[in-house]
Design a protein around this ligand. Structure first.
Ligand SMILES: Cc1cc2nc3c(=O)[nH]c(=O)nc-3n(C[C@H](O)[C@H](O)[C@H](O)COP(=O)(O)OP(=O)(O)OC[C@H]3O[C@@H](n4cnc5c(N)ncnc54)[C@H](O)[C@@H]3O)c2cc1C
Length: 476
């Protein structure tokens, strides 16, 4: 609720996503007087309203549908599922509502002033605030944290004005299950949404300009997913571009150009454009400050997340890659600690990335691709899940756990996993990298049996040529 009576604040946070609300909560816990500004009625940002949370709720349903389909292999036959799309949508919305209203409660408990509206910088000490009713006011501040996040990128000159063309927000709205869906962009958001719609019954195709899906992730991790998606999707076109789109009565006629284009012109009922995200750094009045914006539109910050204006900080998607919720929250906490006078810096050794497809892919720390680029010697130990008892009990041998180990010091530098639940397993790798664990530490840590976490321990055992469940003698 807006409180217009007070026109100054010690700390203002602009944007109530996982960066902004984490920052606001810690600041209040540290005794600062805090104002949080966001257009929604409760905090949550992209992550809770139209990102991480709704997508994971739908992916949970996709997983269930997938497992029900596989169950015939185990002697259990379900009849074909009946999908009530309205019920599915309202369940997903219920999850979002529960979480965001919970954050609203936490705002009140912490006595944070919440203004539902938008803010623009008048100068380096004052904001123009327009609340949800359109009322304008000014707010001066001692410190500000910009946490305005990002929005879906588009392809200029290609996108036409049609309700059949979706971005991630429209796809998450889940109004219908199209007969055919083309996903433009083989990044994690497109592939996650493709997993949802394919499970619900759409014929999903993906087109990606680059030679592989999920550019940036190690190929051995991606290959397992690619193989599985090859069976679930109607088509995966790599090294291929969409060159034009035209609306017809049947759908959107798409023209392709490139190596895997095959049929050059195909009509799809719907299109999901998922070609990345752009930081929300324009329309903020930053030109009225000394804040510097990079060519990609990110706000330039130092290791304390301070901008070129000493009293203004920036965190989360608007402050640079990787655009991930957990990175935003950690940056928010660092910025607030600095503002509270503590010695803090944002210098993680490992920020985990998770792709919640089926199978999932997760990695952290050094990747093999980066090691090659840096010409850095690493030993990579790979444990295939076909040798994991737990993976076989789940009928999920389609997995791989790998560690990147410094051959001289034995330090764990990175971890990668593909497989069911990879997103949960990666936290062990993050801890190992952050704690500068040695391969011996991971090897000697007793992991519970039978679990997928044993694949991490066995990957460390491979480094010594001593894995229990697979024969990999140490290279001489
Ligand atoms: C479909 C999808 C799935 C995703 N899945 C994951 C995932 O599984 N894991 C993960 O880590 N990340 C995921 N992400 C990315 C994640 O959502 C973002 O990295 C995260 O939300 C960034 O947090 P943030 O605090 O920087 O900003 P945001 O969450 O973008 O929040 C910014 C807020 O600021 C508000 N705002 C903007 N301008 C102003 C202004 N002038 N005044 C006031 N308020 C303003 C916005 O309205 C918004 O509410 C996903 C994203 C999408 C789109």
């Amino acid at each position: 609720m807006s409180d217009k009576s007070n026109n100054s604040t010690q700390l203002v946070i602009i944007g109530g996503g996982p960066g902004g609300y984490a920052a606001a909560f810690l600041a209040a816990d540290l005794g600062l007087e805090v104002t949080l500004i966001d257009p929604e009625d409760n905090p949550g940002g992209v992550c809770l309203y139209r990102g991480c949370i709704p997508s994971k709720a739908l992916l949970h349903v996709a997983k269930l549908l997938g497992e029900a389909g596989e169950a015939a292999n185990w002697g259990i036959k379900y009849s074909d599922p009946e999908i009530d799309i309205d019920r599915l949508r309202s369940w997903k919305e219920g999850v979002v509502k529960r979480l965001t209203s919970g954050l609203g409660q936490l705002i009140k408990q912490r006595k944070i002033r919440y203004i539902q509206g938008r803010a623009v910088f008048q100068n380096n000490k004052k904001l123009d605030v327009t609340d949800i009713e359109g009322d304008k006011s000014q707010l001066s501040f001692e410190y500000a944290v910009i946490a305005t996040g990002s929005r879906p990128a588009t392809v200029p000159g290609l996108i036409i004005d049609s309700e059949r063309i979706w971005n991630s927000t429209a796809a998450l709205d889940i109004r219908k299950v199209p007969g055919s869906l083309l996903i433009i962009g083989g990044g994690y958001i497109g592939l996650e949404m493709g997993t949802v719609y394919a499970a619900l019954g759409s014929q999903v195709s993906v087109v990606e300009m680059m030679p592989g899906l999920l550019p940036g992730a190690d190929r051995d991790l991606v290959n397992i997913l690619h193989k599985k998606l090859g069976k679930k999707y109607a088509g995966i076109m790599l090294n291929t571009k969409v060159v034009s789109m035209k609306e017809t009565r049947q759908g959107i006629k798409v023209q392709f150009e490139g190596a895997d284009a095959g049929q050059k012109e195909i009509t799809f009922e719907n299109i999901l454009v998922s070609v990345g995200r752009k930081p929300n750094s324009s329309d903020l009045g930053l030109e009225n400050t000394r804040i510097i914006i990079t060519e990609q539109g990110f706000i330039e910050v130092d290791e304390q997340r301070r901008t070129a204006e000493p009293s203004i900080f920036a965190i989360g998607d608007v402050a640079g890659e990787p655009m991930l919720a957990h990175k935003a929250s950690h940056e928010g906490r660092v910025a607030v600690e600095v503002i509270a006078g503590q010695k803090a810096a944002f210098e993680p050794r490992a920020i985990p990335a998770v792709v919640f497809t089926d199978p999932e892919i997760a990695w952290c720390g050094l990747t093999e691709t980066e090691a090659k680029k840096q010409n850095r010697p690493v030993e990579v130990t790979r444990f295939p899940w076909a040798a994991s008892g737990r993976a076989l009990t789940m009928d999920r041998p389609d997995g791989l756990t790998k560690l990147l180990i410094d051959p001289e010091t034995e330090r764990v530098l990175g971890m990668g996993v593909t497989g069911a639940g990879a997103g949960e397993l990666i936290a062990e790798g993050v801890l190992a990298v952050e704690m500068a664990a040695l391969a011996t530490d991971v090897k000697l840590t007793i992991h519970p049996h039978p679990t997928l976490s044993e694949t991490v321990m066995e990957s460390a055992e491979i480094f010594f040529g001593q894995a229990t469940d697979i024969y990999r003698p140490k290279k001489k």
